[in-house]
Ligand binder design. Structure first.
Ligand SMILES: [Zn+2]
Length: 318
C-alpha cells in the first residue's frame, strides 16, 4: 500500500515537473488588454439594458445602495415592499442593522413581467457594552410632557411622509461636521443583561458652536429649535426616501422648506435635548429603516452638474 502511494506521489510530481517544463518552454501568450482599460460606463449613469436591474450584488448591514431599474419599470420592491422610483429609473435601497442574509430587489415592467436580483447582506459586528448592577433605565416622561412629546413625534413622522421623488444630490456625501467619534451606528448597552435599543447614528463631539453643514443637497423638512429629546433638530430630505437628521444643535441656520446645497451651513453643534455633552448626532434613515450615516460618504458621485464643492471643515478642538 505504502509503496503504491509513494509511486503515485512520484508520478504526480513527475507530471507537475513536466507541466512546469512545458510551461517554461512555451512562449508567453500575448494577453488582451485588461477589461478595465476599456472602462465601461458606470451602469448608474445610463438605463440598464432591458430587462436587467443594475445594482450591486452585496451590501453590508446599514448600507444604502443605488440601483437602476430597467426601462419600462412601473414598480420596484425590496423584499416585497415598494421602493420610491425616480423618473430616470434610479432608486435607493437601505439595509438595517440586522438585515440579511439575503434581500431581493424586484421590478415589475409595464407588460407585467417581473425581474429580480438578489442582494447578499453581509453581517457586521456591533459594539456592545455590558453594564451590571445598575437600576433599570428610566426614560418615562412625566405625564405633563407626554402630550408635548406626542406632538413632536407627529411632526417628525410628517416630515418624512412625502419623500422627494428625485435624488437631489449629484456629488455624493461628506461628513457634516468635524469632531471626535463618540458613538457609532448599531452599538448598544446591555444593562443588567437586558439589551437596550441600538444607537442609530454617528456621534461627532466638538465644542458648542462648531458649524454643521449639509452632507449632501436636499430639502429641509423640519427645523425645530427645542424638542424634548432631540433638542435643536433639522431633518433633511435627500430624495428617494433617504433622510438625514441632526440632533442637539445649539443654533439653527435653516427653516423648513429650504433647499440646501452640500456644504451649506445648517446650524451648529450643541448639547440641547437629551445629551451629556456637546456633539452632533447624525442619524440617517431610508424610509423607516435606520442606516449607517458613516457609510454615506462612500456613495458614488452620480455625475451631472450642480451641487457645491466639498467644504474645508475646521479641525476638532476637543
Ligand atoms: Zn447619538
Amino acid at each position: 500500500m505504502a509503496r503504491a502511494r509513494l509511486a503515485s506521489h512520484a508520478a504526480r510530481l513527475l507530471a507537475l515537473g513536466m507541466l512546469t517544463t512545458l510551461a517554461a518552454c512555451t512562449p508567453r501568450p500575448v494577453l488582451p488588454p485588461p477589461q478595465s482599460v476599456i472602462a465601461p460606463e458606470s451602469p448608474l449613469r445610463k438605463p440598464a439594458p432591458s430587462p436587467e436591474i443594475a445594482i450591486a450584488e452585496e451590501a453590508v448591514q446599514g448600507a444604502v445602495l443605488i440601483g437602476r431599474a430597467p426601462v419600462g419599470t412601473t414598480t420596484i420592491t425590496l423584499d416585497g415592499k415598494a421602493v420610491p422610483l425616480a423618473a430616470d429609473g434610479r432608486f435607493l435601497v437601505g439595509f438595517g442593522r440586522d438585515a440579511g442574509p439575503r434581500s431581493v430587489v424586484a421590478a415589475t415592467l409595464a407588460d407585467g413581467t417581473v425581474v429580480s436580483r438578489p442582494v447578499r447582506v453581509i453581517p457586521r459586528v456591533y459594539d456592545e457594552q455590558r453594564v451590571e448592577g445598575l437600576p433599570p433605565a428610566t426614560v418615562t416622561l412625566p405625564p405633563a410632557l407626554k402630550a408635548r412629546r406626542a406632538a413632536e413625534v407627529a411632526k417628525m413622522v410628517a416630515a418624512r411622509a412625502k419623500p422627494s421623488p428625485e435624488i437631489g444630490w449629484t456629488h455624493g456625501f461628506i461628513l457634516p461636521t468635524a469632531g471626535r467619534v463618540t458613538g457609532v451606528y448599531g452599538s448598544r448597552r446591555i444593562r443588567n443583561g437586558v439589551p437596550g435599543s441600538p444607537h442609530n447614528g454617528l456621534d461627532l463631539a466638538n465644542v458648542t458652536g462648531t458649524p454643521v453643514v449639509a452632507p449632501a443637497d436636499g430639502i429641509v423638512r423640519l427645523a425645530e429649535p427645542d424638542f424634548l429629546l432631540e433638542g435643536g433638530l433639522v431633518i433633511i430630505d435627500h430624495g428617494l426616501g433617504l433622510y438625514s437628521a441632526f440632533l442637539h444643535l445649539s443654533r439653527l441656520d435653516v427653516a423648513t422648506g429650504d433647499r440646501l446645497l452640500r456644504g451649506q451651513q445648517v446650524g451648529a453643534i450643541g448639547a440641547t435635548g437629551r445629551a451629556t455633552g456637546p456633539h452632533l448626532h447624525w442619524g440617517a434613515r431610508w424610509g423607516e429603516t435606520f442606516v449607517d450615516p458613516a457609510l454615506l460618504p462612500g456613495l458614488p458621485d452620480l455625475g451631472g452638474t450642480g451641487g457645491a464643492p466639498a467644504p474645508v471643515l475646521t479641525t476638532p478642538t476637543q
